[in-house]
Structure formats: structure tokens, C-alpha cells
Design a protein around this ligand. Structure first.
Ligand code: SRM
Ligand code: SF4
Length: 581
């Protein structure tokens, strides 16, 4: 099985060839879909399927049976792109029904403010995607080598700055949406379009689309809850009270790494310059165009904007940018030190309403024996009819509420066994985990299924040391690709191989620096014990309100603010008598 990474003699990767030969994302998807004898799609169609919003997966738990490989149990993950994470009450209820009717009975809120379904069978792929469209949402460009779901600060505030942030996200989403009619033909029974005769279906993307995924976001200089510096391109609104002066444009952030590949890295974006609000969407499109024309199409491991910057530098990128635009790119505006909010709990909006943020562990809305969260969220949406916003930390906000609505929400959550936010210590409240096993084909270790136990053990240790009030983000992933943005967390556990993890320390809630690789190859059962010396020192020496990441940075000395961490960085726990195994 190929990972699509190898280059052909013409230095074009297998994925690039599949895209080029796909007839603008059609391939043989419709034929395979209609053929009940085929349990799954071949390599090229599986590549194309991603552009339509779906990944072909197989149940990793049943791959091996008593050590013997068994036939793969194929199913499909479907991702819904929701710019800014904003959905109506009606849409939420439709999404809930789809989870029951077609998927595994759960909704999975993603770290990019989208929704994923798992366990959809091939025979129901089409009906599922059609149902999502009937709910006035789409799966197109939720995955694939295009602009992904555009993120934006979820706070439902109506001051000009928050309105500008939401408007920019919607406009960016529309500006870079693929135009191929293949989506409508295959999933929505649209009429088949004959390509040729000079018809240009994708004026921006062309026949090969982008070299790889392209992630974009809009944040405020007062609130980086969307991890702007981890994106290929970010607009950061430079605020002036409730107004904005324009946007600083940040380019070249990205987190995916590969173990033992020193030339892969997690990197924070760098500031390209400042643009007026009216030029912001064109600025994002221009960054995408530079990436489209100069990105690496031979090796997908090096095909993100961050590698263009690593190779040519920000000065080169700025020159390419200025060559293409008719508007001015100004010197970056000074911004306050970044901070990040999770928007959970009860807050006053600025229009007389309130909003309420609910913590959802790893974004999984499911009914479990102890906590019946899916039923609770559905009951809340039916009773209160709020607007719903998904946050970048896999949580949900209910917006446009009266105080009586808040009382109703709290009662429903309590009745279904869910914790109120103020009952959670920061360690838990700011935690995130990626899905990993059993659905993710790239997972090498557990994440979503492991994090509840890991947090239980850490909470016990934190309480024993009296540091349960400490502000910190804890994130876990089943491999180094970085889906739960581990490298910007105070503490992260990154799957190394089955049951072994790397520990990263030193990121921040503000999301503006990359953590250090602190320890490597730590068994799952030893995660707490291996952190004990650092936590003990933190308990004894921390300053008031200091986060674990800030403390670690303070004791380990100064370093570059936006340094990169590579796939082979040597771990040394500074001043703690620990070293990498
Ligand atoms: Fe991701 C691939 C899940 C956000 C970096 N990601 C995957 C796949 C599709 C696995 C695959 O390729 O077969 C995972 C599906 C697992 C499953 O069973 O559902 C997957 N990624 C997720 C989600 C669901 C994690 C979550 O806990 O919510 C997030 C979906 C977001 C969305 O709605 O679009 C998700 N992925 C991210 C992020 C965070 C972000 O974007 O803010 C990152 C790091 C940022 C970045 O891109 O640099 C991320 N995912 C990756 C990578 C590494 C990319 C790279 O440049 O190296 C892969 C692997 C790949 O693309 O080949 C990947
Ligand atoms: Fe899969 Fe790795 Fe992403 Fe987790 S971080 S969802 S294991 S690709």
C-alpha cells in the first residue's frame, strides 16, 4: 500500500498524478459507489474522496485477529466544514439525526470547529452526504488539497471587531471553495458536466489543486483561542477598542511531523505584514496562490507553506506577495502579548443576551453509561433553540440566551450526568485529544480512548501536590501529525509506537510558541511518574498564576520565541536531572 508520498520519475507524487488524471475530482468514484460488490475504493479514488469530505478507514481493532491479519472492515469518516464553527439549532438537530441514522451514533467536534461522523458504510455514503447538504451544510473541501474549514474566534460578540473576524472567515471560505461540479454530480444527482471544449472548472485551483492541505484562520490580537500561529495563513485583527485597524497576516505555521525524519518540523507562523480590512481576503488568496505555484509537488512531507518559508525565508515570501497584489502590504502592527480563552461557562454577550460554553471531552458527543451527553445536547437545543458554535478546543457554545435558558441548560446537563465547567480543574477543562484508534489509519498509539484515564491519574497527582488550580493545556495525539495541536500545549503526549509516548512541555494557552520535546519513549503507565520531578519543582517554585509551560520556559532559560521543533530534536529536561531515554 502506498502512502502517496513517493515521486514518479517525473518527480510528481502519486497523489499529484491521481489529482491530475481525475477529471476534476471525478475519477471512477461514481462507478465504485454504485457497485455493491466493491467494499472499498482503490488508491486514486480514495485520494479524490477526501476532496469530497470523506476518508476511507478500517476498524483498527479488528485488523489483527490472534496475530493473523483478517479482511479489513471498511467504513468511512465524513467531515462537515463549518466556517467559524457556526450552526443553527435546526442544523444541529439534523446533524444529530444523521449520527443516529448513518454513523456510529456519535458526533465528533473537531479541533478546526467542524463535525466528523465515523463508521458510515459505503452503501450509505451518498445518503449521508446528501442529508448533510439537506441541512444546508457541506462536506466539500473539509478534507483534501484545498483550503480547509476556515476557523474564527467563536465568541458570539457583536462589536465591530468580532463581526469583522466572522465576516472575514465567511468571505475566505467562499473565495477558495472548489468549483468542480463533481460533488453535485456524485452525491447530489446533479447533471453530469462534459469537461473539455475550453471549459475551466477550477479557475483558481486548476487540475491539480494545491500541493497539500491549506489551513486558514481569523483571530483577534486580544484572543488567540484558535491557535493562529499554527496555520498556513492567519489573519489577526489588530484591535482599537471595539474596532479594528486591519489585519496582521501571519504565514507558515504548521504542526505535522514524522518520527525520525529530522527534516519535518512543527513551526509557528511568521508575520508577513499588515493589510487593510478591505484587502484581507485577497491577501489570503494571494498566499494560497504563492503556495499553489511554488509548493513542493514531489514530496508531500514537505508540501506545506512552512517548508517554503524554511527554504526561502519570509523576505522571499514577502517579495512574491508584493509582486502579485495591487494593494499595500504595510509593516506589521504592534500587538499585545497573545492570550487564549476557552469561552466556557456563562458569559454576557454585548447585545443583552448570554452565552454558555459546555466542555465536551475530546469533542465526542456520545451517550455513555455515566454521562448521556448526546441526549443532553439534543434536549438543550430542542428546549432552548439556541444558535450553536463549535470552539477550536472541541467544545460547544450555546448563544443568544436569556438567564432562564441558562438555568434550563444547567439543569439538563446535571440531569444527564455532565459536569458544570466550574467543577473541572484546568488540567481537564483545557484538555484535547485526537481520535486515533480505532478509526485513524495513521495512529500508532491510543489517544481519545486513553485520555480519560491519563487525566484521572494527573488530577490525582495535581491534587496531591496542591497544584490543581494551575492553568495549563494538556493535549494528546496518537501520532506526531499534531491533530490536537499538541506542540503548542503546556504538556502534550504524542504517540511514538503502541503504548509509548513522547512528552512535550513548554507551550502555552496563548498558542504562540512550540513546546520542547521533554522525554521520549515513555510507556503509557509511566506518564505521571516521569513528570513527577518537574511537577514537584513546579509546586515548590511557581509564581502566582504561572502556567506549567511558562514555568518550564523560565527555568530552562531564554530561547527564540518562534523556534521550530524538528522530528529528531534531542530531549533534555533542563535542570531536572532527567534525560531522554
Ligand atoms: Fe488531522 C490527518 C483528524 C486537525 C494535522 N487528521 C488526519 C486524519 C484524516 C488521518 C488520515 O489522514 O488518515 C485524521 C482522521 C482521524 C479520524 O479517525 O477521525 C485526522 N485532524 C483530525 C481531527 C478530527 C482531530 C480532532 O481531534 O479533532 C481534526 C479535524 C479538523 C477539521 O475539522 O478539519 C484534525 N490535523 C488537525 C490539525 C489541527 C489544526 O488544523 O488546527 C493538524 C495540525 C496542524 C497542521 O495541519 O499542521 C492536523 N492531520 C494532520 C496531519 C499532518 C499534516 C502535515 O502537514 O504533516 C495529517 C496527516 C496527513 O495529512 O497526511 C492529518
Ligand atoms: Fe490520527 Fe495522528 Fe491525527 Fe491523531 S494525530 S487523528 S493519530 S493522524
Amino acid at each position: 500500500m502506498t502512502d502517496g508520498n513517493e515521486a514518479t520519475p517525473s518527480t510528481e507524487s502519486a497523489v499529484e498524478r491521481a489529482k491530475r488524471e481525475s477529471n476534476q475530482l471525478r475519477g471512477t468514484l461514481a462507478d465504485t459507489l454504485a457497485d455493491p460488490t466493491q467494499s472499498h475504493f482503490g488508491h486514486d479514488d480514495a485520494v479524490l474522496l477526501k476532496f469530497h469530505g470523506s476518508y476511507q478507514q478500517d476498524d483498527r481493532d479488528t485488523r489483527q485477529h490472534r496475530g493473523e491479519p483478517t479482511e479489513k472492515q471498511y467504513s468511512f469518516m465524513i467531515r462537515v466544514a463549518l466556517p467559524g464553527g457556526i450552526i443553527s439549532a435546526e442544523q444541529y438537530l439534523a446533524f444529530d439525526r444523521i449520527a443516529e441514522e448513518y454513523a456510529n451514533g456519535t458526533l465528533r467536534l473537531t479541533t478546526r470547529q467542524g463535525i466528523q461522523y465515523h463508521g458510515v458504510i459505503k452503501g450509505e455514503l451518498k445518503d449521508t452526504i446528501a442529508s448533510i447538504n439537506a441541512a444546508l451544510a457541506t462536506t466539500i473541501s473539509a478534507c483534501g488539497d484545498v483550503q480547509r474549514n476556515v476557523m474564527a474566534c467563536p465568541a458570539p460578540l457583536n462589536d465591530p471587531a468580532h463581526r469583522a473576524v466572522r465576516a472575514a472567515a465567511m468571505a475566505m471560505s467562499a473565495a477558495l471553495r472548489p468549483h468542480s461540479r463533481a460533488y453535485h454530480e456524485i452525491w447530489l444527482d446533479g447533471e453530469r458536466m462534459e469537461i473539455g471544449a475550453g471549459l475551466v472548472e477550477e479557475p483558481f485551483y486548476g487540475v491539480q489543486y494545491l500541493p497539500r492541505k491549506f489551513k486558514s484562520v481569523v483571530a483577534l490580537d486580544t484572543d488567540n483561542c484558535v491557535d493562529a500561529y499554527s496555520h498556513d495563513v492567519a489573519l489577526i485583527a489588530v484591535t482599537d477598542g471595539p474596532e479594528i485597524r486591519g489585519f496582521n497576516v501571519v504565514v507558515g505555521g504548521g504542526l505535522g511531523m514524522t518520527h525520525n525524519k529530522a527534516d519535518t518540523m512543527a513551526a509557528m507562523g511568521e508575520i508577513l505584514g499588515f493589510v487593510a480590512e478591505v484587502d484581507a481576503v485577497e491577501a489570503v488568496k494571494t498566499v494560497a496562490a504563492i503556495y499553489r505555484d511554488h509548493g513542493n509537488r514531489a514530496d508531500r512531507r514537505h508540501a506545506r507553506v512552512k517548508y517554503l518559508l524554511a527554504e526561502h525565508g519570509i523576505g522571499w515570501f514577502r517579495e512574491r506577495f508584493r509582486e502579485r497584489v495591487a494593494f499595500p502590504l504595510h509593516t506589521p502592527e504592534v500587538m499585545p502579548a497573545p492570550s487564549g480563552h476557552d469561552h466556557l461557562g456563562v458569559h454576557d454577550a454585548d447585545d443583552g443576551t448570554q452565552f454558555y460554553g459546555v466542555f465536551i471531552q475530546s469533542g465526542r458527543i456520545a451517550d455513555l453509561e455515566s454521562v448521556r451527553l448526546r441526549t443532553a445536547v439534543r434536549a438543550i437545543v430542542e428546549a432552548v433553540k439556541p444558535n450553536v458554535v463549535i470552539t477550536a478546543q472541541q467544545n460547544l457554545l450555546f448563544t443568544g440566551l436569556t438567564p432562564a435558558d441558562v438555568t434550563t441548560i444547567e439543569a439538563i446537563l446535571r440531569d444527564h450526568g455532565a459536569n458544570a465547567v466550574d467543577e473541572l480543574i484546568p488540567l481537564r477543562r483545557f484538555s484535547m485529544a485526537c481520535p486515533a484508534l480505532p478509526t485513524c489509519g495513521l495512529a500508532v498509539a491510543e489517544s481519545e480512548r486513553a485520555i480519560p484515564g491519563v487525566l484521572d491519574e494527573f488530577e490525582a497527582e495535581f491534587r496531591r501536590l496542591g497544584i490543581e488550580d494551575a492553568p495549563l493545556t494538556v493535549r494528546m495525539t496518537g501520532c506526531p501529525n499534531g491533530c490536537a495541536r499538541p506542540y503548542t500545549a503546556d504538556v502534550a503526549f504524542v504517540g511514538r509506537s503502541a503504548n509509548l509516548y513522547q512528552i512535550y512541555v513548554g507551550g502555552a494557552i496563548a498558542g504562540d510558541r512550540v513546546a520542547d520535546l521533554y522525554l521520549d519513549k515513555v510507556p503509557r503507565a509511566s506518564l505521571v511518574a516521569s513528570m513527577h520531578p518537574l511537577l514537584t519543582r513546579f509546586a515548590a517554585e511557581r509564581s502566582t498564576g504561572e502556567s506549567l509551560g511558562d514555568f518550564y520556559q523560565r527555568i530552562s532559560g531564554p530561547r527564540e520565541p518562534r523556534r521550530k521543533v524538528t522530528g529528531r530534536e534531542i530531549a533534555t529536561a533542563v535542570g531536572l536531572g532527567l534525560s531522554a531515554s
